[in-house]
Design a protein around this ligand. Structure first.
Ligand code: EPZ
Length: 418
């Protein structure tokens, strides 16, 4: 296993090109199961989770080839409908093969993903939605065994909570159902609009893009797709927050300045200068930030995937910051690691109270989950002295060469064997 070593205290200066979004690439790769293809996906990030999802599609009989950031996927010869535990246990998003396999083959056997570091993460909303579409399923040996007799039948589905992957799963299941499906209280994350664009490009008939009500008129077949993955707003947000902590100035290209309304508002309130134009975002800071309060919410509220990173920034803030996590029940594991660096953070149920200490000291710390590892990178970049972050495989799941990108804008950061 590798570790990341950071000598803190250097402002970031330069330009970084944002990669494609992990949380768009994963559902869009699954959507290729809906029709034989070949499907062309552009701007695909090179991530561990993308490689895992491609391995899962291969296990189902698909073939693929990558040319730079362009993926060509062919699913003409599917020969299985089973997603095994070995693959699913490493990546919960594997559950996204349920919808397309049921729509294409009428059958799917997918390992229950099990919990993960940040929470229990059940899939009841997914299963309730499929049941409404005429799917029957049973749970045995840790697998969901789902079957539909003939074709799925359109229905009205209202989610208890705007779940991102449940919205995506039901969308992919409904596009070839008989009749109309209405999804109410749908999630509105930009990655879902990317999926809607891909599906409509394949001949699906989906209305309500970007809203909380999606109307899907079933069609009998779909054609090949050609789609560009949207920029990764969480990578963008992570880098913007990093400049707030280290000071300096970055220009982020290939981004989309419309995807982070809540973060921009909070960074500006903290005194970080953010300027956006079409596909670029400019950020500048002097390393001094004011404390702000954060409450994570479904899009377009403050993203839970940026909560840990913002907490690292608030350790350098002037004053008290109240950070409330409303999406996941256990997403404060980075707190114990930040405390090792001198942070003053008290947890009270779903909230953490961060008392800005002005500076942190480098230390040996451990990554516990994907976004917690990004939080520790930010803390290390701005801390005094040396920080070593172990279990870097968490970071590799969701960031495309973050260490390389940061070192090219002045950070004293590298990877080495543990
Ligand atoms: C997606 O996860 C993202 N993953 C997560 O990103 C992100 O944090 C999350 O949405 C929230 O924005 C992908 O898109 C691959 P949810 P998802 O269903 O869909 C509960 C990252 O770091 N819930 O919106 O799994 C659930 O337990 C990852 O990139 C149910 O109770 O999240 C959670 O408390 C982490 N039953 C809440 O809803 C269900 O059937 C929101 O979960 C589904 C969800």
């Amino acid at each position: 296993m590798d570790k990341i070593v950071i000598e803190g205290g250097t402002p970031l200066r330069g330009e970084i090109a944002i990669s494609g979004a992990k949380n768009a690439a994963l559902p869009l790769i699954c959507a290729c199961l809906l029709a034989p293809g070949p499907h062309i996906l552009e701007n695909v990030p090179d991530l561990r989770d993308v490689r895992t999802m491609l391995a899962l599609l291969e296990a189902l009989g698909a073939t693929w080839k990558r040319d730079g950031a362009t993926l060509t996927i062919d699913t003409a010869n599917l020969n299985s409908f089973e997603a095994s535990y070995d693959l699913v246990k490493t990546m919960r998003a594997s559950v996204l093969v349920l919808g397309p396999l049921l729509a294409r083959l009428g059958r799917a056997r997918v390992s229950l993903p099990g919990g993960c570091a940040i929470g229990a993460r059940p899939i009841n909303f997914h299963l309730q939605g499929f049941k409404r579409l005429g799917v029957s399923h049973q749970l045995e040996d840790g697998y969901v065994d789902a079957v539909v007799d003939g074709q799925m039948v359109g229905a009205t589905i209202c989610f208890d909570f705007p779940s991102v992957t449940a919205t995506e799963n039901i969308l992919m299941g409904a596009v070839m159902a008989r009749g109309e499906t209405v999804i109410k209280n749908a999630a509105r994350e930009p990655e879902i609009a990317n999926l809607v664009d891909m599906l409509n490009g394949m001949g699906a008939r989906i209305r309500g893009r970007g809203g909380d009500t999606l109307l899907i008129e079933g069609v009998t077949r779909l054609r090949s797709a050609r789609i560009r993955i949207v920029p990764d707003r969480i990578e963008t947000g992570t880098l913007l927050i990093a400049v707030g902590a280290t000071g300096g100035e970055l220009s982020l290209s290939n981004g989309d300045s419309t995807m982070l309304p809540a973060l921009y508002a909070k960074l500006r309130a903290a005194g970080v200068r953010v300027r956006e134009d079409q596909d670029r975002v400019h950020v500048a800071g002097n390393g001094v930030v004011r404390a702000v309060d954060i409450k994570t919410m479904p899009y377009p509220g403050f993203p839970t995937d940026l909560q840990a990173q913002m907490m690292a920034l608030m350790c350098f803030g002037q004053g008290l910051s109240l950070i409330t996590e409303t999406i996941f029940e256990n997403r404060f594991m980075h707190v114990a690691e930040l405390r090792r660096m001198g942070a003053d953070i008290r947890i009270n149920g779903p909230s953490a109270i961060v008392s800005g200490v002005g500076k942190l000291r480098g230390a040996r710390v451990m990554a516990t989950d994907l976004r917690a590892s990004a939080s520790l990178v930010i803390a290390g970049l701005a801390a005094e002295g040396l920080t070593q972050i172990s279990r870097v495989y968490h970071l590799d799941r969701g960031y495309d060469d973050l260490v390389g990108k940061l070192s090219r804008v002045g950070a004293k950061i590298h990877r080495e064997a543990e």
